[in-house]
Design a protein around this ligand. Sequence first.
Ligand SMILES: *Cc1c(COP(=O)(O)O)cnc(C)c1O
Length: 423
Amino acid sequence: MRHFDFKDGEMFAEDVALSEIAAKVGTPCYVYSSATLERHFNVFATSFKGTKALIAYSVKANSNIGVLATLAKLGAGADVVSGGELARALTAGIPASKIVFSGVGKTENEMRAALTAGIRVFNLESLPELYVLNDVAKELSVKAPIAFRVNPDVTAGGHEKISTGKKENKFGIAWSHAERAYKEAASLSNIEIVGVDVHIGSQIDELAPFEAAISKVKDLITRLRAQGHSIRSFDIGGGLGIPYGDNSKVPPPPADYGAMVKRLTQDMDVEMIFEPGRMIAGNAGILLTKVLYVKEGEDRKFLIIDAAMNDLIRPALYEAYHEIEAVKAPGSAYDEQSYDVVGPICESGDTFTKSRELPETKAGELLVMHSAGAYGASQSSQYNTRPLIPEVLVKGEAFEVIRERPTIEEILKTERIPSWISS
Ligand SMILES: *Cc1c(COP(=O)(O)O)cnc(C)c1O
C-alpha cells in the first residue's frame, strides 16, 4: 500500500492533498507519512517476532523529533552517533535503556552525557576510545556497557561512500585485533563487556554480505565466550536497502532478511540488536518542490526547481536515483519530454537527474521526489544561504509542520561582524 498516491487527479500523502500542503507551508518542503513509518517499523518488528530483539532506529537517517516520537510509540529504540542525536532521542521519548551509541569518534562530553543518561551500550571502534570511556566512567563512578564494532572485511553497500565493512574503511576494530581488544576491555575497572557489534554498509540489496558478516561474527562470539567474556548481545547494524524506483537491483524484503538472521542466530542465546534507518524512513517521505522555470538549452530542456542539492544531496553525493512525479496526475494522453531536473545552486553538481522522461511540465507546477525520507532532511544544509526547508508530518487527514523554515533574519542572527570592523 502506497501512502503517496493519486486521488481525484492529484497526489495525496495519506488523506492530505500535497497541493494543500504546498499552499499552506510553501515549497520546497519534506512531507512524511506516519502510516508508512509505522508500517515499515512493524514489518521489520514482525519479522523478528518471538525472538529477543531491540530495533534501534538509526537516528541519522531522519532525525526529526516528530519522526522519532512516532517510532518511540511503537517501541523503537535508537542508534545515535552524536550527543545531539542522543538529546533528540531522549527528547522524543525513547528510553535510555533502548539507546545504543555508535560512531568512530565519540568525545568525552558525549560519553559523559550518554553515561549520565544510562544508555544501553556504547559501540566502540578503537582501543584509544575504550581508554577514554573507561576514564570518563571512572570519573562518574559507573561502569560503561560496551560492545566493540568489529570490521568483518566484507564488501557491501550501494555506493563506495556508504560501504563500511571492508578493512580499508575507517570503521570498526580490525578483525585480527578483535580478541585482543576484548581482553584489554576485560582488564579495565570501569568497563563492562556486553556484546559484539557489526555494521557493514548501507543500501545493501542482497542477503549474502549480511550472511557472511553474521557467520564470521558468530564464530568470533563463540571464541570470545570460550575466553571467558560474557557476550549477551549481538548488534548487526542496519543497511538493508530499499527500492528507489529505478530498475536496478531490488533489495530483499525485510521478511527474508528476518528469516535469514533468525536461521543463523537462533542457536546463539544472544539478544539481537538492529539499527535500521533507510528501511524505516526512506520511502516514508517525499520532497515536494515547485518548477520555477522551464529553460530551453541548446540540446536539452531544463526544469529549474525550487529545491536544490542543499535540501537533498543524495543525487550529487551518491549519484542516487529518485523517482520524480508531477503532483497533478497526467491525463490519459500526454506528451513525454526529456528533462534535466536541476536546482538553483551555483554548481553543476546541483542536478537531480539528466534526460528523465516526464510528462510535459510547466512553470509553477508541483513535483514530488520520492524516497526522500532518509538521508534527505538530515543531510541538508543552508548552502547558498537557502534556509533549511520545512518538514511536515501527515497522519490521516491531519498534517503538522514538525520543523519550521528559519527566516533569513534568524540565520543572520547567529553570525557577527567582528568588533574591529563594526566599531
Ligand atoms: C548509518 C548507520 C546505520 C543505518 O544504516 P541504514 O542503511 O540507514 O539502515 C546503522 N548503524 C550504523 C552504525 C550506521 O552508521
